[in-house]
Design a protein around this ligand. Structure first.
Ligand code: 3HC
Length: 300
């Protein structure tokens, strides 16, 4: 079995252009981080031009925020604007050295994405998944070259959270893995190696905690009591704010995958399902102090 560590850094390949599949929130944050830290062109794609443009507009607004806070100079902001682009045409990946996917968390969707991308990219290009915990081995099972597939799992908000999990499958080759670690270092992230197991390391722990919070609500505790109790424990964020940050639907998917893969100690909470299906905001982060649950959530 492969040890969960980095091979020799000397094996790492240069990365001169990055492709991001998807132009949603996570994809946009990843695109901006790569452009900012690697200083290379980054191109995002999505299903149509409108979504791609929306993703690019989000990245540009984040660049403006960085500049207005003085986190990047005006010159750097202009460079970042020039480095990040978006398209509906995946042929833009033809000259990429690394393509990372951040699309919907469903195995079949990711398999289809990689099959399409593999038919476009060069033989040297790395394929990276930002999956929260799906099997990367299964994701690569239909690839011609599964040895160039590796997981890099970033955390929300990507610009701020220092951690990335680096996941090798049994087939990932040493050049690919060494490149993933070298890239993580350039991104100024702390890379932690994980085997390709359901939910890797962090989402097992976090998923269990968040499932228990909603489970306590399932068992009859008022939602606000559960939220306040964990807040007073000193977590960086109130639990329902974290669920909303991760995305309620993403959280519900994660919870279901954990339940399917690891059994009843990861219960699929009924209240989390209801929250994911509801179309109202659950947490008001702008409220005084550390934010508060919305009235709709309290009435759940
Ligand atoms: N996007 C970009 N930047 C953000 C942000 C966001 N959504 N939220 C906060 N930030 C930035 C702020 O702009 C600020 O930057 P600045 O120093 O340049 O002004 C910095 O983060 C700190 O923010 P604040 O001072 O406003 O607030 P806090 O000190 O409370 O920190 C936090 C915010 C870092 C988000 C903190 O609350 C935290 O660590 N929360 C826990 C987050 C967490 O656990 N994430 C993991 C989720 S699980 C996951 O993503 C895995 C997936 O597979 C599901």
């Amino acid at each position: 079995k492969r040890p969960e560590g980095a091979p020799s850094p000397g094996l790492a390949k240069d990365v001169g252009k990055v492709g991001v599949v998807g132009a949603g929130l996570m994809a946009g944050q990843i695109a901006l981080m790569f452009a900012r830290r690697l200083e290379v062109p980054v191109v995002m794609t999505d299903l149509d031009a409108e979504r791609a443009e929306r993703g690019l507009a989000y990245v540009r607004s984040e660049i403006d925020k960085l500049a207005s806070k003085g986190r990047v100079s005006k010159l750097k902001a202009a460079k970042l604007r020039a480095l990040v682009s978006a398209s509906a045409d995946k042929s833009v990946y033809a000259d990429c050295d690394l393509v990372i996917e951040a699309v919907f968390e469903e195995l079949k969707v990711k398999q289809a994405v990689f099959a399409e991308v593999e038919s476009i990219i060069s033989p040297e290009c790395l394929l990276v998944t930002n999956t929260s915990g799906l099997s990367i081995t299964a994701m690569g099972s239909q690839l011609k070259h599964p040895e160039r597939l590796v997981g890099m799992h970033f955390f929300n908000p990507v610009a701020v959270m220092p951690l990335v999990e680096v996941i090798a499958t049994e087939k990932t080759d040493d050049e690919t893995l060494a490149t993933a670690y070298a890239v993580a270092k350039k991104l100024k992230k702390t890379a932690v190696g994980s085997a390709d197991r359901p939910a890797f390391i962090v989402n097992r722990l976090l998923g269990r905690m968040l499932a228990e919070v909603t489970g306590v609500v399932d068992a009859g505790t008022p939602i606000e009591t559960a939220d306040v109790a964990l807040d007073e424990l000193g977590l960086p964020m109130r639990p329902f704010a974290l669920l909303e940050l991760v995305g309620l639907q993403v959280s519900w998917h994660l919870c279901q995958h954990l339940n399917e893969d690891l059994g009843p100690r990861f219960p699929a909470s009924e209240n989390l399902r209801r929250l994911a299906e509801a179309d109202f905001p659950v947490f008001d982060a702008s409220a005084k102090g550390r934010g508060k649950l919305t009235d709709e959530a309290k009435a759940l």
